[in-house]
Write a protein that binds this ligand. Structure first.
Ligand code: ARG
Length: 463
């Protein structure tokens, strides 16, 4: 490993010392130590690969593997182990510890391997575990949505378009809307996971390995479903990071919309929800304030994850084949994206479990402001009027109701008849909130029976 003057991995070619400032700039150990466990796991599999190829004797490979296991053990129990100022990255750290422990046998482990295929392998192993963790967090948030829906299965809220009251919907229907978004997110992560789960190790620096390593066996040992088919691509492909950041960005976009709805609904102006003290904050100046900081942070952190996606795309754009050090920038982006999404999912689930619904106020809002106007048009359609004419007629009725400052159901039958003789006494039943909801009975609609079915099937989909 070079002499005392140059303790880098590339000692032989170099006679001069690395500039201190540059060495610090070049180092990734401060963040890629996070790959420690997967780096050791991949090294153990590579060791078996080398033994299988006849590069290492059984005795050597056993010695290396037990040393690697001891290193893993130490790293998992002793945080101070990583206070190692001289390591450039996690790969050189592990190798240096190995050589410290067992000398020459340890120096053989890097045969047929480069940090280029090593780091790609580590990253994929790490991301695979992370995707599993995020899938569980997604499921947790979906569960919280279903619990909220089931706790208030007949509560109604106004539905909005253009943030104007549009038609009433069940609160459960609103919950299930976010459930669907997160269901697609889980699917997306599962698809990304398939492409993450491919082994680059054996590609070496860029051209492939010259040792008869059984790559399928290494893949199998590490739980990879396939081996990469082209060494140039394998060491320089970061599509899987970009796809991950993209799927993560969509989760954040969904959470930011949910956050925004909640932020609106806890205002005095809407007043549908109240957050418990556990997930709100106060003001240092205004004693009356109760702020939805939890949801504002979730909304705000979406921008940060989108930033990571953009950064990864920009880093990869125009890079010549194969590995380039630019790619070291991938790690902080995906580490932070994964952590941020995980935190935001967990906090969102906690917030959902700490929502108090003001059912009366939400119901009143759902029943005020002509949210049943479409229902009246549908009533006229059922009586034989073409929809366009019905739309026009109801528009004029709404104008009159606004002038009189009353709801549609408070107009007299005589008044209504003056707009269309098709209108009869049974119109009033049609205008009720219950009826307005109940008519949306096709798949995907907000009718209570339909939503109850969807809730049940959503529970099933979570299993
Ligand atoms: N720390 C490096 C990275 O994160 C590891 C690969 C370095 N390879 C090299 N040839 N310098 O990308």
């Amino acid at each position: 490993m070079g002499d005392a003057r140059n303790r880098n991995l590339w000692g032989g070619r170099f006679t001069g010392e690395t500039d201190r400032g540059f060495a610090e700039f070049n180092r990734s150990f401060g963040f890629d130590r996070r790959l420690f466990e997967v780096d050791v796991r991949a090294s153990i599999a590579h060791c078996d690969g080398l033994a299988g190829a006849g590069v290492l004797t059984t005795a050597e490979s056993n010695q290396i593997k037990s040393a690697l296991k001891a290193i893993l053990d130490r790293g998992q129990t002793d945080a101070g182990y990583f206070d190692e100022p001289s390591s450039e990255d996690v790969h050189s750290f592990v190798e240096a510890r190995l050589v410290e422990m067992i000398g020459d046998a340890g120096r053989k482990l890097h045969t047929g391997r480069s940090r280029n295929d090593q780091v790609a392998t580590d990253l994929r192993l790490w991301l695979r575990d992370e995707i599993d963790r995020l899938a569980a967090a997604l499921r947790g948030t979906q569960e919280a949505l279903l619990d909220l829906a089931e706790a208030h299965s007949d509560a109604a809220i106004p539905g909005y378009t253009h943030l104007q009251r549009a038609q009433p919907v069940l609160l459960a229907h609103w919950c299930l809307a976010y459930f669907e978004m997160l269901a697609r997110d889980r699917e997306r992560f599962a698809e990304v996971r398939r492409r993450v789960n491919v082994l680059p190790l054996g590609s070496a620096a860029l051209a492939g390995t010259s040792y008869a390593i059984d790559r399928d066996a290494v893949a199998h040992a590490l739980g990879f479903e396939a081996v990469s088919r082209n060494s140039l691509d394998a060491v320089s492909d970061r599509d899987f990071c970009i796809e991950f950041a993209s799927a993560a960005s969509l989760v954040m976009m969904h959470l930011s919309r949910l956050a925004e709805d909640i932020i609106l609904y806890v205002t005095a102006e809407f007043g549908f929800f109240e957050l418990s003290d556990a997930v709100a904050t106060g003001s240092s100046l205004m004693p009356q304030k109760k702020n939805p900081d939890s949801m504002e942070l979730v909304r705000g952190k979406a921008g940060r994850v989108f930033g990571h996606l953009t950064a990864l795309l920009a880093t990869m754009k125009g890079l010549p084949l194969a590995y380039n050090k630019d790619m070291q920038e991938d790690k902080e982006a995906i580490f932070d994206a994964a952590d941020t999404v995980n935190h935001c999912l967990n906090v969102t689930a906690t917030v959902l479990r700490n929502i108090r619904l003001n059912e009366a106020r939400a119901r009143a809002a759902a029943g005020q402001g002509y949210l049943n106007a479409t229902e009246l048009a549908d009533y006229l359609v059922r009586k034989g009027m073409p929809f366009r004419e019905a739309h026009e007629t109801v528009g004029r009725i709404v104008v009159q109701a606004i002038e009189r400052k009353v709801e549609l159901s408070h107009l007299s039958l005589a008044d209504l008849k003056s707009f269309s003789t098709l209108i009869e006494q049974d119109v009033f039943a049609s205008l009720s909130l219950e009826q307005t909801l109940a008519t949306k009975a096709q798949i995907g609609g907000t009718a209570p029976d339909r939503v109850a079915e969807e809730l049940k099937s959503a529970r099933g989909r979570l299993q």
